[in-house]
Design a protein around this ligand. Structure first.
Ligand code: ZN
Ligand code: ZN
Ligand code: ZN
Ligand code: ZN
Length: 358
């Protein structure tokens, strides 16, 4: 991610809505693809604060009314946006029940992670199905919370009928709102012995299943099997049962990027894909922050990116340890994992060059 400049030249960030220096409202301008000061214009519209752009903008309704988004759309796009939502909020099918205290704040955290996910997909010029471009499956999001009927019941041990499963099915990514609750998420991380459990990590994992469906299913399954193993045998249900009964395969570190990846080839694909997106996002940020001789992840070969990421990981892990935080890059990218990342890289490069960009 980059940082941006307000009209007062203060540095502003991707999630900001207000400049702490000059008090300007801030938003994302889709015309120049930058965060900008929003200069009041006619009625409820604004002008982009970058003088080389000056596009006339309207705030997304989830910004103006709900306060969970910071994107705008151009006035010229207004007719194609009858619900007043920006291109990223347009993907929401279900939003949380806002009458429940705390839900709006957690929804906002999910939206922030979703915007970062889509930013990275756009950076890689990856296609995804919108309401208008005809690509299948159409990408959709459900943000829902469990129905808690008994006090003191842990959300991951709720009865089946009350539990929202974070997951992907036919283009729709469902995220349990509790994943935006920092305390609950950390409890789950410790319980499941995960090195990381983050909101953005969930989005990156689930979008991987989305791309399996779009790019692999019925198209390149044979090639995918050669890299990740046979996803049809054993079945997903049997593999899941075995994993939760017996745990990850022994010495999983020599072949897999995480313990969970050893459950089934689909999860190996998703965990490897999510690690690939982590790497892209970190290298992109490092490039814009001008640190540690980084590289442009939209232009660089996989092995070169991995080598930069590993070096950067050592640096960032030590930085985190210096502050008493958990490791920044906990994954060990052994050669079999790098081979799988190479497959993902090639698959995405091909998709970026052959399918229409959103
Ligand atoms: Zn300012
Ligand atoms: Zn602009
Ligand atoms: Zn929006
Ligand atoms: Zn998964």
């Amino acid at each position: 991610m980059k940082t941006f400049a307000c009209k007062c030249s203060n540095t502003i960030f991707y999630e900001n809505t207000l400049c702490v220096c000059c008090g300007s409202e801030l938003g994302w301008c889709p015309s120049c693809n930058r965060m900008t000061a929003l200069l009041p214009h006619k009625d409820e519209s604004f002008r982009c604060g970058h003088s080389d752009c000056s596009a006339v903008l309207l705030k997304c309704n989830n910004y103006a009314i709900e306060k969970v988004c910071n994107h705008c759309f151009t006035v010229s796009a207004e007719l194609s946006r009858p619900d007043g939502l920006c291109d990223y909020c347009d993907f929401n099918d279900t939003i949380p029940d806002l009458t429940i205290p705390g839900n709006r704040e957690m929804w906002k955290r999910l939206e922030e992670a979703k915007r970062r996910l889509l930013y990275t997909l756009d950076l890689l010029q990856l296609p995804y199905g919108t309401n208008s471009n005809g690509l299948e499956p159409r990408l959709k999001f459900d943000f829902k919370s469990d129905v808690v009927t008994q006090a003191n019941q842990w959300w991951w041990s709720l009865g089946k009928e009350e539990r929202v499963y974070t997951g992907h099915a036919e283009g729709k990514i469902t995220i349990n709102l509790r994943e935006a609750d920092t305390v609950e998420r950390e409890k789950a991380r410790v319980l499941f012995q995960e090195a990381h459990r983050t909101v953005i990590g969930h989005f990156r994992h689930e979008i991987s299943h989305y791309y399996w469906e779009m790019l692999v299913k019925g198209k390149t399954e044979v090639e995918c099997k050669a890299v990740f193993g046979d996803h049809e045998n054993p079945s997903y249900a049997n593999a899941q049962k075995r994993f939760y009964k017996e745990g990850p395969v022994g010495n999983w570190q020599s072949t897999f990027v995480s313990a969970y990846a050893s459950m089934h080839p689909w999860e190996d694909f998703a965990e490897t894909f999510a690690t690939y997106l982590d790497m892209i996002s970190v290298l992109d940020t490092a490039m814009h922050m001008d640190i540690h001789q980084s590289c442009d992840p939209s232009q660089t070969e996989l092995t070169v990116m991995v080598s930069h990421y590993v070096k950067l990981g050592v640096l960032l892990n030590e930085m985190n340890r210096a502050m008493g935080l958990i490791d920044y890059v906990p994954e060990i990218l052994v050669p079999p994992v790098v081979s799988k990342m190479q497959y993902i890289h090639d698959l995405l490069q091909q998709a970026a060059h052959t399918l229409p960009v959103t």
